[in-house]
Design a protein around this ligand. Structure first.
Ligand code: FA5
Length: 331
C-alpha cells in the first residue's frame, strides 16, 4: 500500500505527509517495534529483522522519490523562465592601481635604470631604528622635526620616514657597497594642508661605497628629476639640517602646478620641496656596520606624493588619500 501511494505523489509536501503516515511514530512498522515485547521470545529476532527491512526499504524508496520530485520541480522552474539574450550586458567595474602605486613604480624604475635595487623595510618600527640609530637620541630637539604616532607598545612607532631602512639595508649588505631605494608609507601626526598629509609615501635612496661625494648625490638627484619631469626641469638645492647626514640639503623642483606663479601646492613659492638629502653621517655608517674612515655614502628621502603633484599638476595633496573615486579613476 505504501509503495502504491508513493508512486502517485508529485509534490514535496505530499511526500512529507506520506512519511508521517508510513514512517512516523504511529505508522504500522513503528508499532511492530513498540509491540515486539508482546511476541514470544524466540520469534522476536525474526520479527524485528523483518520490520527493519521493511522500514529501510520504505526509507530508500522515499529518498529516491524525493530526488525525482525535486529534479522535476527544478526543471519546471527553468522552463518557466525565459532568458533574453538581447538585453545589454552589465559590465563589471574595473579596479586599478592607486596613483601612488603607479608613481612609486615609475620612480623605482628610473632608479633601477641607474643601477639601484629595491629594498623593503617595515612600516612599524622601533624607536631605535626610527631615531636612535640615526643619530637622533631621546630628548634631542631634532625629534620635533618628526611628529610621531606612538603605539601602545613601548618604543614601537609608525615610521615617520623611510630612513630607518638605511640602517636595515646597511646591516643586510655589510660589508658590500650599497645602492638601494626603499619605497613605502610614512606617518606623521601633523596638521594637514595642501602639501602635507598624515600618511604619505617616501622613497629613500642610499649609496654606500668608497669615495662617494656630494657630487654623486647632486648628479643622481638631478638626473632623476630630468628623467621624471623632462630634460629642461629646473631644480635647486638649499642647505638644510638632518642629524643623520652632514652636510645636509633639500632639493626643490620648479612648481609645474602654477608654472612658478604661485599656488596652494607650493605655498606661493614657485618651488616645491621634493626631498631631504645629504652625505651619510659617520655615526650612522658606524651603526650600520661600516667603518666611516673607509666608507662614505649619501642618502635622500623623496616625497612621492609631491612628485605626483608636480607630474600631474595636482594642487592639493589631500586628494590622494580622500578616496574619492572621481579623482582616483583619472589615473
Ligand atoms: C626626512 O624625512 C628625511 N628622512 C629625509 C632624508 C633622508 C634626509 C635621507 C637626509 C637623508 P623631511 O621631513 O624633509 O625629511 O621629508 C622628506 C620629504 O618627504 C619632503 O621633502 C617631502 O617631499 C616629503 N614629506 C615630508 N613630510 C610630508 C608630509 N607631511 N606630507 C607629504 N609629504 C611629506
Amino acid at each position: 500500500q505504501a509503495e502504491q501511494e508513493l508512486a502517485g505523489l508529485t509534490s514535496e509536501s505530499d511526500l512529507q505527509n506520506w512519511r508521517t503516515q508510513f514512517l512516523g511514530r504511529s505508522a504500522m512498522v513503528m508499532q511492530i517495534f513498540r509491540r515486539l515485547p508482546e511476541a514470544p521470545q524466540e520469534e522476536r529476532p525474526g520479527i524485528g529483522q523483518f520490520a527493519n527491512q521493511v522500514k529501510s526499504a520504505l526509507e530508500e524508496k522515499l529518498a529516491e522519490k524525493m530526488d525525482a520530485v525535486k529534479a522535476s520541480a527544478l526543471q519546471e522552474n527553468l522552463s518557466g523562465e525565459s532568458l533574453d539574450v538581447t538585453l545589454p550586458g552589465r559590465s563589471p567595474s574595473r579596479g586599478r592601481l592607486h596613483i601612488q602605486t603607479k608613481v612609486t613604480r615609475e620612480v623605482c624604475h628610473i632608479f633601477a635604470e641607474m643601477g639601484f635595487q629595491v629594498f623593503q623595510s617595515p612600516e612599524v618600527e622601533s624607536d631605535d631604528y626610527n631615531f636612535e640609530l640615526l643619530n637622533i637620541p631621546a630628548h634631542h630637539p631634532a625629534r620635533d622635526m618628526w611628529d610621531t604616532f606612538f603605539t601602545t607598545e613601548e618604543n614601537v612607532v609608525l615610521r615617520t620616514h623611510t630612513s630607518p631602512g638605511q640602517i636595515r639595508s646597511m646591516r643586510a649588505f655589510h660589508p658590500d657597497p650599497i645602492r638601494v631605494v626603499l619605497p613605502g608609507m610614512c606617518y606623521r601626526y601633523e596638521q594637514t594642508d595642501a602639501n602635507h598629509e598624515i600618511q604619505f609615501n617616501q622613497l629613500e635612496l642610499l649609496v654606500v661605497g668608497k669615495d662617494i661625494t656630494f657630487a654623486h648625490l647632486k648628479g643622481t638627484l638631478e638626473e632623476f628629476a630630468k628623467r621624471m619631469f623632462g630634460r629642461d626641469v629646473r631644480t635647486r638645492f638649499r642647505p638644510s639640517y638632518f642629524p643623520f647626514t652632514e652636510p645636509s640639503a633639500e632639493m626643490d623642483v620648479e612648481c609645474f602646478v602654477c608654472g612658478g606663479k604661485g599656488c596652494p601646492a607650493c605655498g606661493s613659492k614657485g618651488w616645491l620641496e621634493i626631498c631631504g638629502c645629504g652625505l651619510t653621517h659617520p655615526v650612522v655608517l658606524k651603526n650600520g656596520g661600516y667603518d666611516p674612515d673607509v666608507y662614505t655614502g649619501f642618502a635622500a628621502g623623496l616625497g612621492i606624493e609631491r612628485i605626483s603633484m608636480l607630474r600631474y599638476r595636482i594642487d592639493d595633496i589631500r586628494n590622494f588619500w580622500r578616496n574619492d573615486v572621481r579623482f582616483l579613476e583619472q589615473f
